[in-house]
Design a protein around this ligand. Structure first.
Ligand SMILES: [Fe+2]
Ligand SMILES: [Fe+2]
Length: 246
């Protein structure tokens, strides 16, 4: 297995800074993007693993260089520790999200200014001129869900999309990943039609690698395979009968 006690550079300047728990079937994957003298965090507010995440950030850069924290939606597995992260990031750090997510993220007690992608043409330009693009993925799984596409590396930071449940975890997706990915999407994504439309929107971008917030990183031919699997997946059938239902 990859050396995962340290940050792993998955693409030039893009680091996996997560924590592997061998007892868990559900792993969170925060990421750090370093662009010259500036850095961006993605979905890094995972409270139970905060000390590991901060340690890994410190292994790569001075956290004062972090000027943006991208939050792809409002869930606690990526947002709960944002108030803690704000204390070590640049004092001018901004929280990047869709407006619909931001109205809920504020309830974690965050202090930083928001940068709403839907009021900024779904783009963020860094000091170097590098552009991050955001793609709205409504109801996959939250109304304000977005994903980020980094044009420079071709990495798609996909948040819950392309994530997986699996006790057999590895940093890069193995041969059984598609089944684990289906097991996560079936109960979490709203419907086949919504999932399909969102994947069709994403696949128009030249994605070279998918970095999800759960499960494993997808590269090479697994990217296209995952697009096909999700476009064809039946999901969101949550109306399971309950005993004595009338
Ligand atoms: Fe979520
Ligand atoms: Fe999540």
């Amino acid at each position: 297995m990859e050396e995962i006690t340290k940050p792993v550079e998955i693409a030039p300047g893009v680091y996996w800074i997560g924590f592997y728990d061998p007892e868990a079937g559900f792993h969170c994957n925060p990421y750090l993007l370093v662009d010259k003298d500036e850095a961006v965090l993605f979905d890094a507010g995972t409270k139970p693993h905060l000390s590991h995440i901060v340690r890994k950030i410190l292994d790569v850069i001075n956290p004062q260089k972090i000027t943006y924290i991208v939050l792809h939606h409002q869930d606690p597995d990526l947002c709960a520790a944002v108030p803690d992260l704000e204390l070590i990031c640049n004092p001018q750090v901004k929280l990047v999200c869709a407006w619909r997510a931001g109205v809920l993220i504020a309830y974690y007690g965050t202090k930083s200014e928001f940068y709403y992608v839907d009021r900024n043409n779904y783009k963020l330009t860094l000091q170097s001129g590098r552009t991050l693009r955001f793609i709205p993925t409504p109801f996959c799984h939250a109304p304000g869900s977005i994903v980020t596409f980094d044009e420079q590396t071709g990495v798609l930071f996909s948040s819950d999309l392309f994530g997986a449940f699996s006790y057999d975890w590895s940093l890069y997706a193995g041969p059984y990943y598609m089944e684990a990915m289906k097991a996560f999407h079936e109960p979490y994504m709203a419907s086949h039609e919504i999932l399909k439309r969102n994947i069709e929107r994403i696949e128009k971008y030249p994605v070279r690698m998918i970095a999800p917030q759960h499960g494993s990183i997808l590269k090479d031919d697994k990217v296209q395979e995952a697009f096909e699997v999700l476009k064809n997946l039946e999901c969101g059938d949550v109306f399971i009968p309950i005993p004595e239902e009338v």
